[in-house]
Design a protein. Structure first.
Lengths: 1151, 242
């Protein structure tokens, strides 16, 4: 029976998690898989992210129906009712079509039973193997049995079979028998060897004597086929390529017919590897080249045997597929010279960026101390070298990784912070690509306030000095002098590469790759791959930073849910209604304590009877029942029966791995009619192996018993104070949306929402739909933006669920998520509208240019105007000899500290357009930093290839424009390469003026939302909630949020729509279990809580002189309660008195 | 900006540069990112106020007189460090080479010119002008000394003109002329590993200054003479130690 899911998400990094959560909260079942044994992707290794330089991943957790998901650090673990996570799992095969893909997952066994492993670590201690640790980027070593991530929840040891020496020590050391190398089953694992060579048979008999595998030999193909047709059970077929009567291919085919599931290995002769690998393509598992060497052969066969017996496959049926494979980090070791020719990569002072991040981490090799990992030497001067492995045509990387500039600045700031500003930091760069929202400001702050040095120069080589300590960098100064400096550490800002084996993966999934090996995506739909129903999220389609990856994942989730809806994948699947529980708040607490005592580690460390007796004396405990294995069906049944018998109104279970019980508690709640919020599971096992007592060590035993007792009694006290009752605040959701702004973003969001069957009211202030994108005529990728926009407008206007109001504005909006009431002023009068969500897509416009003779001289225009004149034929490129362009044009005295992001691609478009029409045209571009992240870089390369000359300028050397005869512009600039003035007299001067957000002063008030200092909408969290406002139910997208190109605008609109759909899909929004309330009699209205609330859930009601909490916005984090000087703010279930008794219980001596 | 900033350039077209561009794969010279990696690693950076990046920039801006006239082109050692580290693989050495070619032969640096002439005028193609007889004499003399003086190398062989040897070994002619002992270590290695090798009296010199002179015809002539020498002895592999 295939498991059914709405979607399969491949890759459990940040993109995959976002996409999975987005789908899960809208009610879709999701299978989230990753080939690694841990979730979190590269984020598991990074502790700090700009701009806050903290983490913040938990902000992605669901804001509504919080109880359906884990509510703790997302880097540690993720649980959601609708998400099944499969780790160490890859897609084996996929067939079918959108709406019904049949997927076969290959699940690699970790050889350790997660239901038995108690994470004590004894296995790892005895393992003799040491290999580089993936988690610490190779800076430390790990054993072959290890924890992939030290802080994950759940955290079970895994066996890396490839590096295992088969000494079986871990198996002997494991106290719970969790490690299974399949010793017993060997005698039933029959191996059929089809080979003509009698020596091979002899060799195998001799070598495999100890393994106990029953061996069967067939000297001819027919013999082998006969054996396969018999009743004998076989675990493995080995085919030689020397059979007289039948070639290997034929035998393979016959075996596939007779025993489709039988593993087949080809024994190739030297020289026939090609034919053997063809057989692998036809279904053989692998091939081995003769002659075999005893020891190696036995180890190989033994491991293969364990894989065959332990690995499993899982058959799924899914509606849509989201690919979130992320990227691999480039490493100089990938080069033929191993990066030692110019990067001295084997020197202890040379690190890649990921290695440096690990060095800065508390869980890293030095515990977060800034010393050289190789030799422990102190670090006083660090250099970063940008674009290592990116923007490098010699390494097939004619693209910009887009993330390195920012992470290098962040790393420099972290190093500064760690050393109190003492460490000297220098970043050697080509262009500083700080084009995201607020990035430029972050960079300025690093340079001006924090003393990070930026050097625009690329060193040729890292020269290790003879003393073995320092590293010398030679580089050109701005003045063209060759300078030499020594550093203690050099960090290579190594960029992104497609994950390894992406080509094979693409073949399995049936999607195309682009020329750089990333998955190919469609114009105007960056989430679409070449296969319908299969989408790209995160950085899998193009290197992206966290914020963009999160947006891209939202877009992919939106596209996937559209497929799920369109093909009605979920038809017939009913969701269970939330059960109602009796209110027990007025009853005295009666706690049932069940102690699981089935594992030997606990028995060794504590005396269960003593603990049970003591627990029986704790206040409110009505009964203590020992159970044998709470994790087994029988154990759980015992707990259930005890609960039915004693009718407690609190249930506490002492066991291992509490998180594993979350779904079971919900079930138990239904059975015994008790709210799961009144139940808890505490870990009583970790204490037992933390204190690992020797036999007869009474002191040690007492210590462990005390800890177990303390854990349990604390939990009893906590349960006593739990209060899940209270008035049920629910909002009946008005299931339609208001979208403000009829440009590309607004229309895309409207379509996405309307396609899911909800009504959309689209309000546009102009007389026609379209917005700024209508000014584009061509695109760099050759697509036709006008055609796309015209089709989109037609679709919007025809859509039965969309009502368009042009020449209109929203004048009023009141209410909260799920139910807003708004008023729209249109030429036909004022309309009232009830809606569940609002999407603000108010866009931006080309900044005005007042100077440089624009409007006075026909020879001067903006890039957009130049594009138009070329497209309409108003300007004949053949008649022009030369064109000058000035990027980042500012009017006198005008300051702008953000990058408009669209102007560099716009400039390149014009350059390539002009050069295509007239290759002889001379083009000169004055620029500050060329901002062509990702694959846009290739157009920059093309523009240079075509002969355009790029001249860098800064504040002091900005080009000046005057005019000669016939309006001819004269541009006086400065070429920093030659250190000389340069004068250009072009026929045309084209200026890039940048983007400004449209004025939203009125809308800010209407929707109660904020803008940042540049006038763009202020999102809830730049990285983790990039399209949300703090105010729930209101979302932003497009240029109004930040400058964006068309593709990025579309992604943000789809991501915003997906967030909105989460609310619209719910019929009601229920109050959460844990929210804050205010005891007004104690409140002094100091408003400290308002500032402390990270969710903007609190306001001061001036009329009533009260602090009011929006119970839907409140996430129950408790920040308000912590800052309140009067204990006037309280969190349900966390009142002062119960909290005090919890603390008392923790400190109390056992009776 | 400094004083140099008073100089003004007006970009224009350059025939020489266009010619070089035509000989290279599409857009190669244009691809420069002006990152400076080339100049950071060039041993000739700063000499005559020039460096590889600046040189290329002058070319791209069509400043033909400057790139034709700067003596800096003769300081380039053709080591190709610039191309090795260049993210765009820009062929600066090719540009330098063609600029050298644009110089009248007689105006090219005397040292290089003289060395090329000597190579053309000797059977061994020795830039030092060493004759084949002298070369043979020095080699045999030094080898004899080693056999007599250095224990363990009593049977050291240094074959000359040995027909059918597997390796044909060239020898930079500076060693036999000025530092004959420098040749010994390689002989020892070849003897210890039992290599089947030979020197030749024809085309024995490893260096080729005609290449550095950017004199293609003479360069070719020298190479052809050496190749003929290899063929005459019927050797399989030509080892050039330069």
């Amino acid at each position: 029976m295939r498991k059914q899911y709405g979607a399969l998400v491949v890759g459990a990094g940040i993109g995959g998690i976002r996409a999975a959560l987005d789908l899960a909260v809208t009610g879709h079942k999701v299978a989230l898989i990753d080939r690694r044994p841990s979730h979190g992707g590269i984020l598991a290794q990074l502790d700090h992210q700009f701009p806050t330089d903290h983490c913040g991943m938990c902000r992605m957790l669901p804001l509504m129906s919080r109880d359906s998901s884990s509510q703790f650090c997302l880097r540690k673990g993720l649980f959601h009712d609708n998400i099944d996570i499969y780790l160490s799992t890859e897609v084996g095969e996929m067939e079918g079509e959108p709406g019904k893909y049949l997927v076969s997952l290959k699940r690699k066994s970790t050889l350790i039973d997660p239901t038995k492993c108690v994470s004590c670590g004894l296995c790892s201690e005895v393992c003799p193997v040491r290999v580089p640790s993936e988690f610490n980027a190779g800076l430390t070593e790990r054993a072959a049995v290890y924890l992939p991530v030290p802080y994950a929840i759940p955290n079970h040891y895994v066996i890396d079979l490839d590096n295992c020496q088969r000494c079986w020590k871990c198996h002997e050391a494991c106290p719970t028998g969790a490690i299974d190398f399949k010793f017993e089953e060997r005698k039933d694992f029959h191996i059929l060897v089809a080979d003509r060579d009698p020596e091979l048979a002899e060799f195998m008999r001799g070598e495999l004597e100890e393994q106990n595998f029953p061996l069967h030999f067939a000297a001819s193909g027919q013999e082998a086929v006969d054996a396969l047709a018999s009743d004998e059970s076989f675990g493995l077929l080995m085919i030689g390529m020397n059979l007289n009567d039948m070639d290997a291919e034929r035998l393979l085919t016959r075996s596939r017919e007779l025993r489709p599931d039988l593993a087949v290995v080809v024994m190739a002769d030297k020289g026939s590897e090609g034919a053997a690998s063809d057989l692998v393509m036809q279904g053989a598992r692998e091939y081995l080249v003769k002659p075999f060497k005893g020891k190696r052969f036995v180890a190989w066969l033994d491991k293969l045997y364990m894989r065959i017996l332990s690995d499993t496959t899982e058959e799924l049926e899914v509606g849509a597929v989201v690919l979130a494979g992320g990227f691999d980090c480039y490493s100089p070791a990938m080069d033929p010279e191993g990066g030692n020719d110019i990067w001295a990569y084997d020197h202890p002072g040379v690190l890649t960026a990921v290695e440096f991040e690990r060095l800065m981490s508390g869980t890293g090799p030095t515990g977060g101390m800034l010393v050289r990992p190789g030799d422990g030497r102190p670090v006083k001067r660090i250099a970063w070298i940008q674009c290592v492995g990116s923007r490098d045509a010699q390494k097939n990387a004619d693209f910009c990784s887009g993330i390195c500039c920012m992470f290098s600045i962040k790393e420099a700031l972290l190093a500064k912070r760690l050393t109190g500003g003492e460490v000297e930091t220098s970043i050697f760069y080509m262009d500083m690509r700080a084009s995201g929202k607020g990035y430029q400001r972050y960079r300025m702050n690093a340079e001006k306030e924090k003393g990070v040095r930026f050097v625009r120069s690329r060193p040729h080589t890292i020269m290790p000095m003879d003393d073995g300590h320092t590293l010398r960098l030679d580089y050109l100064s701005d003045a063209g002098e060759l300078l030499s400096e020594e550093f203690d550490m050099v960090v290579l800002a190594a960029g992104a590469r497609p994950p390894k084996e992406t080509d094979r993966f693409a073949l399995t999934m049936g999607v195309d790759l682009n020329q750089w090996g990333f998955v190919d995506t469609q114009p105007y739909s960056p989430e679409k791959t070449s296969k319908v129903g299969v989408f790209a999220a995160g950085a899998f389609g193009e290197p992206r930073d966290i914020s963009e990856s999160v947006i891209q994942a939202g877009a992919a989730a939106q596209a996937a849910s559209r497929i799920i809806k369109a093909y009605d994948v979920l038809a017939g699947i009913e969701t269970e209604p939330e059960p109602e529980y009796p209110d027990v708040s007025r009853e005295p607490a009666r706690t049932l304590v069940a102690l699981c005592a089935s594992c030997p580690t606990l028995e060794q460390a504590v005396d269960i009877e003593t603990v049970s007796r003591r627990m029986g004396d704790v206040h409110s405990v009505c009964r203590v029942v020992p159970v044998g294995g709470a994790c087994t069906p029988q154990g759980w049944k015992d707990i259930e029966e005890a609960a039915l018998e004693f009718k407690p109104n609190r249930v506490l279970i002492g066991a291992c791995m509490p998180y594993a019980y979350i779904p079971r508690l919900k079930e138990l709640g239904r059975t015994i009619g008790l709210n799961p919020a009144l139940m808890d599971v505490v870990d009583i096992y970790t204490a037992s192996f933390n204190t690992a007592c020797g036999i007869g060590d009474a002191d040690c035993k007492e210590k462990a018993e005390k800890e177990v007792y303390s854990n349990l009694s604390t939990a009893v006290a906590r349960l006593q104070g739990a209060d899940p009752s209270g008035p049920a605040v629910t909002v009946d959701v008005a299931r339609s949306a208001l979208v403000v702004g009829g440009g590309l973003a607004g229309m895309t969001a409207a379509m996405a929402i309307a396609d899911q069957g909800y009504g959309v009211c689209l309000v546009e202030t102009e007389e026609a739909l379209g917005g700024t994108a209508m000014r584009l005529h061509t695109q760099l990728d050759g697509s036709d933006p006008r055609k796309f926009m015209e089709e989109l407008i037609a679709q919007v206007e025809k859509h039965p669920n969309i009502k368009v109001f042009t020449d209109s504005r929203v004048v009023l909006s009141r209410g909260s998520a799920g139910r807003f009431r708004s008023a729209i002023a249109s030429p036909r009068g004022v309309f009232q509208l009830e809606h569940g969500v609002s999407v603000l897509a108010t866009g931006g416009h080309e900044a005005k240019v007042y100077e440089s003779g624009l409007c006075v001289h026909k020879t001067v225009m903006t890039h957009l105007a130049l594009e138009e004149q070329l497209a309409t034929g108003q300007l004949d490129a053949g008649a022009i000899k030369s064109v000058a362009m000035i990027q980042c044009w500012r009017n006198e005295g005008e300051e702008r500290t953000f990058c408009s992001k669209v102007c560099c691609p716009e400039m390149l478009k014009n350059v390539l357009n002009l050069k295509q029409r007239n290759p002889d045209i001379d083009i000169y571009v004055f620029y500050r930093d060329i901002m062509t992240q990702g694959f846009l870089e290739t157009y920059y390369t093309q523009a240079r290839q075509a002969g355009a000359i790029f001249i860098r300028y800064d504040d002091e050397t900005a080009p000046k424009v005057t005019f000669g005869e016939d309006h001819q512009p004269v541009i006086a600039g400065f070429d920093p390469i030659l250190n000389r003035r340069i004068e250009i007299r072009p026929d045309i001067l084209s200026l890039s003026s940048g983007i400004e957000p449209n004025d939203v002063e009125e809308l800010q008030e209407v929707f109660d939302v904020a803008v940042d200092e540049d006038g763009f909408y202020q999102e809830a969290d730049f990285k983790w909630r990039p399209v949300d406002f703090l105010k729930q139910g209101v979302f932003a997208c497009g240029i109004g949020l930040a400058p964006r190109r068309m593709d990025e605008t579309i992604s943000s609109a789809k991501a915003a729509a997906q967030r909105a759909l989460r609310i619209l899909n719910a019929e009601t929004i229920a109050r959460e279990t844990v929210v804050a309330t205010v005891r007004h009699s104690l409140c002094s209205l100091c408003q400290a809580c308002i500032a402390a609330c990270p969710y903007g859930a609190r306001v001061l009601d001036m009329d009533q002189e009260k602090i009011v909490v929006d119970e839907i916005l409140c996430q129950g984090c408790g920040s308000c309660a912590a800052v309140c000087p009067n204990s006037a703010t309280v969190l349900t279930g966390f009142h002062d008195a119960p909290m005090m008794s919890v603390i008392d219980a923790a400190l109390e001596e056992p009776a | 900006m400094g004083e140099a900033a008073e100089l003004l350039i007006e970009p224009k077209q350059s025939e020489l540069v266009d010619k070089v561009k035509e000989m290279l794969p599409e857009g190669n010279l244009n691809m420069c990112l002006t990152c400076g990696a080339c100049s950071s690693g060039c041993p000739a950076t700063g000499m005559h106020g020039m460096d590889p990046r600046k040189f290329l920039r002058l070319a791209l801006l069509g400043q033909e007189e400057e790139i034709r006239s700067t003596p800096w082109v003769w300081l380039c050692t053709m080591c190709r460090r610039c191309v090795h580290a260049c993210p765009m693989g820009v062929e600066i050495p090719q540009l330098v080479y063609h600029c050298r070619q644009s110089w009248p032969r007689e105006e090219r640096p005397k040292g290089i010119l003289g060395s090329c002439e000597q190579a053309l005028n000797t059977a061994g193609n020795s830039a030092m002008g060493a004759s084949s007889e002298d070369f043979k004499f020095v080699v045999e003399d030094v080898a004899e000394e080693v056999r007599e003086m250095q224990p363990g190398f009593e049977n050291l062989e240094v074959p000359i003109d040995k027909k059918g040897a597997y390796y044909f070994l060239n020898q930079n002619s500076r060693e036999p002329v000025t530092e004959p002992d420098e040749m010994i270590p390689l002989w020892k290695i070849l003897n210890l590993v039992g290599a089947d090798w030979t020197y030749s009296t024809k085309g024995w010199a490893a260096e080729n200054y005609c290449m550095f002179l950017a004199d293609d015809d003479s360069w070719e002539k020298v190479v052809r003479n050496k190749a003929q020498a290899v063929e005459d002895l019927g050797c399989k592999v030509w080892l050039n130690t330069e």
